[in-house]
Design a protein around this ligand. Structure first.
Ligand SMILES: [Zn+2]
Length: 284
């Protein structure tokens, strides 16, 4: 009889490598134990050898925390995924902020920037939770499909016409290692389209900008005006090309306006923008 004791989550959350918890043949209390309760490993894992479960046990002792609801068990629990599915709009819709800033291209969003969707975006972008890319990318892909409906009719070998350009990430939200979070998300989303468009990480921040949160619409516009530019090595590739901008969130639209200005200055034709979430009212 194994005497090591540990805790398991209060809900039947997906725990990597522990299918037995959701096995109908399992019996631990009502099927799962209460968080903070204690069960014996022999009871919880009747068919698993301890040598196979060392990593699982470690995960259970210090289980990951869900970024959506702060319960322990997985970085993103099934309950939050269900909430996200309910919160997201049936299909991406056209959104525009009020007031609508001059120079804003047509924008499509997959859901409102609130509740569980907001928590997922913040955790991914500012919290370094790269695992949430798989949660958010399908939503951004849906927005991209709406902005570029013709792509779904193209074959994979078709000549790519549109280019997708991620909005530039601020220094604050740029990870110390690897690709910028928004750019990585955009690449993942673009790859989910039937005919994946070419993603060009062409925009950079060329002057210091303040954190946009807490600023009014007018202050946000002034904060980012003239702040973006197309990198020298991408300027030639963008001239005369049709471009869709992709970003995580639209609030006042100031970022998308500035991105449009910089891309247009490089000779690109910006036809729209795709975002995961928007604070703007729907319509238009
Ligand atoms: Zn959760």
């Amino acid at each position: 009889m194994l005497t090591q004791r540990f805790v398991i989550p209060s809900r039947a959350l997906p725990v990597p490598g522990v299918p037995a918890l959701r096995d109908p043949g399992m019996s631990v209390g009502e099927g799962y134990a209460v968080w903070g309760g204690v069960v014996s490993a022999a009871t919880a894992y009747p068919r698993r050898r301890i040598s196979d479960s060392i990593r699982d046990v470690a995960d259970l002792i210090v289980p990951p925390m869900c970024d959506g609801c702060r319960t322990h068990g997985s970085p993103w629990c099934e309950s939050c995924q269900e909430d996200l599915a309910r919160l997201s709009w049936v299909r991406p819709v056209s959104v525009r902020p009020c007031p609508t800033p001059h120079g804003l291209p047509p924008v499509v969003a997959a859901g409102p920037y609130e509740d569980v969707l907001r928590r997922a975006i913040v955790a991914y972008k500012d919290g370094g939770r790269s695992s949430l890319q798989s949660v958010l990318a399908p939503l951004l892909a849906a927005s991209l499909r709406t902005v570029m409906p013709s792509r779904e009719a193209l074959s994979l070998e078709a000549e790519a016409d549109e280019i997708v350009v991620p909005a530039p990430s601020s220094v604050r939200s740029t990870r110390a290692r690897g690709e910028r979070p928004v750019a990585a998300l955009v690449r993942s989303a673009a790859g989910r389209l039937a005919a994946p468009p070419h993603v060009l990480d062409a925009l950079v921040v060329v002057r210091r900008v303040s954190d946009q949160s807490g600023l009014t619409a007018g202050e946000r516009a002034g904060n980012v005006q003239g702040a973006y530019a197309v990198t020298a090595r991408h300027t030639r590739g963008l001239a005369g090309r049709t471009v869709v901008i992709a970003d995580d969130v639209m609030t006042t639209g100031a970022t998308l306006v500035e991105a449009t200005r910089a891309l247009t200055a490089a000779g690109a034709h910006v036809v729209g923008a795709a975002v995961i979430a928007a604070t703007a009212r729907r319509g238009g």
